[in-house]
Design a protein around this ligand. Structure first.
Ligand code: 5RP
Length: 252
């Protein structure tokens, strides 16, 4: 991966203790400053991206932005955008986007990401892979040294057919890293959670560093039952981090 080339820090945010939601909103509003009238925009998914989509809707309503076309990364964001009156389209009609704004679960020092704890990784990867600029918005709790090292899940979208077989193969792939693969299920009834594409999600948990990310990515994608994984390697062009000490903008 390419090293991060520039990084700017703005003055500390107005003191008092900011909640994680307030930090998410600050990062989201900063990212929306990159949006210009006439853009085709990838609209992210999750609690951070939701603030950005709300803000875009507000600026459209106020007439401060015009002729925006949004490409949503999930059914949830699609519904939010429709309720805000944001005109929508899809990748078939707009194979190249100007800008996408989305959250992430983990960000490493090279701006590689883990995404998909919200389950929308496949559409996110399709849309964000088609953007000239991909701005990621996070609060500082999302920063990690190594992807998969936070003890939290690395999501993989798989087809439902013989999901145990695929989950076992994923787990074996990373057995040197102490990998445990768990099917993502509904808290209430234990049913598998379905993605927007009617697939399942297997969450991988690692005890040790998974090493080379590109090699890990290739190995996962070679398994026939796998649709996509949540590592976004070399995709983000900018990461906006909101923390108690201010907003940091990191560019590739
Ligand atoms: C959904 C995602 C989200 O962007 C990611 O999970 C971050 O979510 P949040 O902003 O709610 O912390 O990848 O698939």
């Amino acid at each position: 991966s390419i090293m991060v080339s520039s990084s700017s820090v703005s003055p500390p945010l107005p003191s008092a203790i900011l909640t994680q939601d307030e930090l998410k909103k600050i990062a989201a509003y900063k990212a929306v400053e990159f949006v210009e009238s006439g853009m085709v925009l990838g609209l992210g998914t999750g609690s951070t991206a939701k603030f950005a989509v709300d803000r875009i809707g507000e600026l459209l309503r106020q007439g401060k932005l015009k002729n925006i076309v949004g490409i949503p990364t999930s059914k949830k964001t699609q519904n939010q955008a429709i309720s805000l009156g944001i005109p929508l389209s899809d990748l078939d009609s707009h194979p190249v986007l100007d800008l996408a704004i989305d959250g992430a679960d983990e960000v490493d020092p090279y701006l590689n990401l883990v995404k998909g704890r919200g389950g929308s990784l496949l559409r996110e990867k399709m849309v964000e892979g088609a953007c000239r600029k991909f701005v990621v918005i996070v609060d500082e709790t999302k920063l990690v040294k190594h992807l998969g090292g936070s003890g939290l899940a690395m999501p993989v979208e798989i087809i439902p057919f013989c999901w145990k077989f695929t989950a076992n193969r994923l787990q074996r792939l990373f057995e040197d890293s102490g990998c445990v693969a768990k099917l993502r299920t509904c808290f209430e009834n234990g049913d598998p959670i379905l993605t927007d594409n009617s697939n399942y999600v297997v969450d991988l948990y690692f005890k040790k560093d998974i090493g080379d990310l590109k090699a890990a990515s290739d190995a996962i994608l070679r398994l026939a039952g796998v649709v996509e994984h949540g590592m976004f390697i070399d995709m983000a062009t900018t990461v906006i981090v909101a923390g108690e000490m201010g907003i940091t903008v990191k560019n590739k």
